[in-house]
Design a protein around this ligand. Structure first.
Ligand code: NAP
Length: 253
């Protein structure tokens, strides 16, 4: 497989490293400002030898990139986060052009297993009113979006499965929170690649579930797995679809 890497920043370089170690050919690296990238823009020339594109750029760049990629009929893996408001537009570009796209706010396979563990825990906690629910996430100080896309996904899983929690509070709590609010805090510091914690707290004890990325390696490995998976497919997919095909559907708790 030949890939084009769009966005030659921290993740783009990590994907390149992971691709080389797996014998996957990097046909081009595209970045408007990184002088070591092979190309400045998505063009006939930079797309020519690519089977699948992998985008790790910036929230305001994603939609334009998908539009350009679709003109060259290339499938794409989108790892960039913070563009949720444009997802429907992306869906319609994908449908109209007949390309394949897979998106994940977090391509780490471990995190996606974590999502399922959180979902099962939430289903159990739905039946146990004594436990309050909270979350927090930590990322490096250069991260652009806050809360992380992963935190939003975890928050959505919790409110979907715990009836007494109907509102996510990502901002600082101003005074007392309401019983239906679920507080999910974001901390930005140093070089932390990404830590997400979900807690259940009763008067007797606390249960915490934690996923801690050790490096960006897991994101890159998952994105490459997604590139293999999306090759030859048409339509808009999320990593949930990919996980289902790898580990099967959800189990009832
Ligand atoms: N889904 C996941 O598993 C996962 C994991 C980690 C990170 N992420 C997300 O991936 C994104 C990138 O993260 P990062 O740490 O690699 O950021 P980064 O180091 O800032 O790299 C992003 C690179 O993309 C470039 N870029 C911006 N617009 C572009 C465009 N239209 N075409 C090509 N390149 C463009 C940027 O150039 P400039 O500096 O000139 O803007 C920068 O060099 C973020 O949204 C982050 O949250 C996702």
């Amino acid at each position: 497989m030949n890939i084009a890497i769009i966005g030659y920043g921290k993740m783009g370089r990590e994907v390149e490293k992971a691709a080389k170690s797996r014998g996957i050919n990097v046909a081009s690296t595209i970045d408007p400002t990184e002088s070591s990238a092979s190309h400045r823009e998505i063009s006939e020339e930079s797309m020519r030898n690519a089977d699948v594109c992998i985008d790790f750029t910036a929230p305001n760049a994603v939609l334009g990139n998908i539009q350009k990629i679709s003109k060259f009929k290339k499938n794409v893996v989108v790892g960039t986060t913070g563009w949720d408001g444009s997802i429907n537009e992306a869906r319609s570009i994908v449908k109209k052009s007949g390309i394949g796209l897979v998106y994940a706010s977090n391509f780490s396979i471990g995190v996606n297993i974590f999502f399922r563990i959180v979902e099962n825990a939430a289903k159990m906690m739905n039946k146990l009113d004594d436990y309050d629910v909270y979350g927090y996430e930590l990322h490096h100080s250069k991260k652009i979006d806050s809360p992380s896309g992963t935190a939003k996904t975890i928050g959505d899983i919790l409110v979907k499965n715990i009836r007494r929690k109907s509102k996510l509070l990502f901002a600082m709590a101003e005074g007392k929170i309401s019983p239906n609010e679920l507080h999910f805090a974001s901390i930005r510091a140093g070089s932390i690649p990404g830590t997400h914690v979900v807690g259940f707290d009763s008067s007797a004890d606390t249960i915490e579930l934690k996923h801690e990325a050790r490096s960006r390696e897991g994101f890159a490995a998952g994105a490459l797995m997604a590139a293999q998976w999306i090759k030859g497919k048409k339509g808009f997919y999320t990593i949930d679809n990919m996980m289902e095909s790898i580990i099967g559907g959800r189990q009832d708790v």
